[in-house]
Write a protein that binds this ligand. Structure first.
Ligand code: SF4
Length: 352
């Protein structure tokens, strides 16, 4: 089989594609152009030119975990920690709903200060604004996930980070990939739309390792997949490592689009951070979501999972307008829809 035939194989018989075949595509840059073209075609065919906007509120930068790559890890004493009050969160959510975003994303470190009742109350009140609510607040108990689902939360983002078990252990020494998988399965059981995703360019990660990420998101049948480059944060143990590459990240996005034609794939802020054209290029390679940051500007520079994030100092209105321009310039259309996954692909039944 020629390497180009692999694209047809992924589209027609994705379950039969091996991890080695995916790695071939990742390592061969002569395939980039046809790969990006076909990913854009698939995205247009299944999802059209619409780009969903999801407004993020980074409401706490406290975290009990210590992931080696993350700037707000618990052992980084240089971080100026903050927690937004319930009123601040609700006012920001209202602004998001009034500004053309159909989804409010509540994101934080793993911060048990916000207990099950507080999060349920916040979700319940945001749902009255007629928006979808996404939680991205880390690993919690089944009971908490259930309470929040019952309060109206629609989606849960929990990147799997890397599906390479050894690499997962290296960057999360106190954790285990199988635990992460169990949490993702719990969320699916509760009928959330579940988002996974990975970091591209971690130290010691190779193409086989990235191929495992792509196959994991396919086998899990992820409703959303967030894929961003590794950006070293100077105040972490990985601060002196090389960043992930734009091209490799685009390839992982494009291949993911072939495996999951109807899933939602964001053009991540991290891509816009390593290259000013990063998010436009991602839209051209299969991405269909952008997540403008509405965290109040006073807090925004303190949510530094990685450094030099774009849109840190822009006002909310500037951030929203620059994102709408970016989408139109790339040839797409920003839409206000809540942007649920539209299951139109025959392979979209659950596999795990
Ligand atoms: S990546 Fe998430 S869980 Fe890990 S330290 Fe950072 S905020 Fe905490």
């Amino acid at each position: 089989m020629s390497k180009k035939d692999i694209f047809q194989k992924i589209l027609k018989k994705p379950a039969s594609v091996s991890v080695e075949e995916v790695a071939w595509v990742l390592e061969d840059d002569s395939l980039n152009e046809p790969l990006f073209e076909i990913a854009d075609e698939v995205r247009n065919l299944y999802l059209g030119k619409d780009v969903y906007l999801r407004g993020i509120i980074e409401f706490s930068n406290y975290c009990r975990n210590d992931c080696l790559y993350c700037g707000i890890r618990s052992s980084n004493s240089k971080v100026s920690r903050y927690r937004m009050s319930v009123d601040e969160i609700l006012n920001t959510a209202k602004f998001i709903a009034e500004n053309g975003c159909g989804t409010v994303v509540l994101q934080s470190g793993e911060d048990p200060f916000y207990n099950d009742e507080m999060i349920a109350e916040i979700v319940h009140r945001i749902k009255k604004l007629d928006v979808a609510v996404t939680l991205s607040i880390g690993e919690r108990s089944f009971k908490e996930y259930k309470t929040w689902r019952e309060a109206g939360a629609d989606r849960y983002l929990m990147r799997h980070e890397t599906a390479d078990e050894e690499l997962y252990k290296q960057v999360h020494p106190a954790d285990d990939f199988n635990i992460r998988k169990r949490h993702l399965e719990m969320l699916k059981q509760l009928d959330y739309e579940v988002g996974t995703g990975c970091i591209v360019g971690l130290p010691h990660q190779d193409d086989l390792s990235l191929a495992k990420d792509i196959l994991f998101t396919y086998e899990f049948d992820s409703d959303m997949v967030g894929i961003g480059p590794f950006i070293p944060h100077p105040d972490t143990p990985l601060g002196k490592e090389k960043p992930g590459s734009l091209m490799k990240t685009l390839k992982v996005i494009a291949l993911t689009r072939l495996f999951l034609p109807d899933s939602n794939i964001p053009a991540t802020t991290a891509l816009g951070t390593i290259d000013p054209r990063g998010r436009q290029l991602a839209l051209n390679c299969g991405a269909n979501v952008i997540m403008p940051n509405f965290t109040p500007v006073f807090y925004r520079p303190r949510f530094t999972i990685y450094p030099n994030k774009v849109c840190i100092f822009e006002s909310d209105a500037q951030c929203r307008d620059s994102i709408k321009d970016l989408i139109e310039t790339a040839g797409y259309k920003a839409v206000e829809s809540q942007g649920f996954r539209r299951r139109v692909h025959e392979n979209s039944s659950r596999r795990i």
